[in-house]
Design a protein around this ligand. Sequence first.
Ligand code: XUL
Ligand code: MN
Length: 344
Amino acid sequence: MAGEYRFSFGPWNIHEGSDPFGPTVRRKIAFAKKLKLYKKLGFDGVQFHDDDAVPGMDKLTARQIVKEAKDVRKMLDGEGLAAEFVAPRLWENPQTIDGGYTSNDPACRKYARERSRRCIDIAVALKTDLIVLWLAREGTYIREAKDSKLAVDRLAEAVDDMLAYHSGIKIAIEPKPNEPMDHTYIPTTGHAMALGYLTRDPKRVGVNIESAHAILAGLDPSDEMGFALAYDKLFTVHLNDQNGLKFDQDKSFGSANLRRAFDQVRILDKYDYGQRGEFVGLDVKAMRTQKQATATKHLSNSRTVFLKLVELSRSLDESRVEALTADRDYEELDLLIMNHLMGA
Ligand code: XUL
Ligand code: MN
């Protein structure tokens, strides 16, 4: 089955292991070295934040940014890799301390809009038409500090601004209910898709569904994917796993709940996800304990699990599923699925 799906990850998925309570535990791997690992691990696509491609971009002119991005495009060509998407990193600059597009400060909102335009320039230089928007700080720590109606108006205006800036780009909003904020304004797939319909060109606005983000919202990722597929809005995915309601863990795909992963693969495979060039994107982190030499296994393992689950999805006795469903014998159906996953 390998080869039917194309996989991607971002350079941040090979990381040094720092967390809010402790420093790095692994050495930094230079971007050029990371690129060399992609094909070896079975990946064809690179996901970017704008400053993964052009570090320090806030200090550069628009022209310098494009020049640097074009150099990165050459590096990708050298490795035979595609750029899947570019996402503006709107959560580290002091001007985004309280959000970008929804900041109460007009100067900060202006910065966010300008940075987003530079992000589009980078996408064009890297030859991708997909922009991912993870709306990290577009929410509140304290509800009374922002106006939630105005925030949505501002988000729609910001997306509109990006759509108007370049007619060839598409935007995939990546919803997440919390972290770093207490609450974010676009917490679920439904919110993200509805926001698209407030813009000038809803056809060009879709979603990036991350498994862990859906789980953090108390939702089932496969049902979220089904919802987006019904509207033809599933522009990309961030597969990973999450063990309950806590910080965003970005665990290897299927590692916390194999059945939940199976259900995601089943809906994606059933509705031909990937046939129009969509990548199977991962957003996974190695455990902090992982040693330097083996700190890419979370990526290859997630890919392996995905492909094994494709096989399992395709070998499931669908006529038996249908018969048990018709008979409403869901207990037997439950066992059928569990036996199938156990190889029994
Ligand atoms: C954060 C997250 C981001 C986005 C890209 O939780 O998932 O890495 O995927 O900005
Ligand atoms: Mn993500």
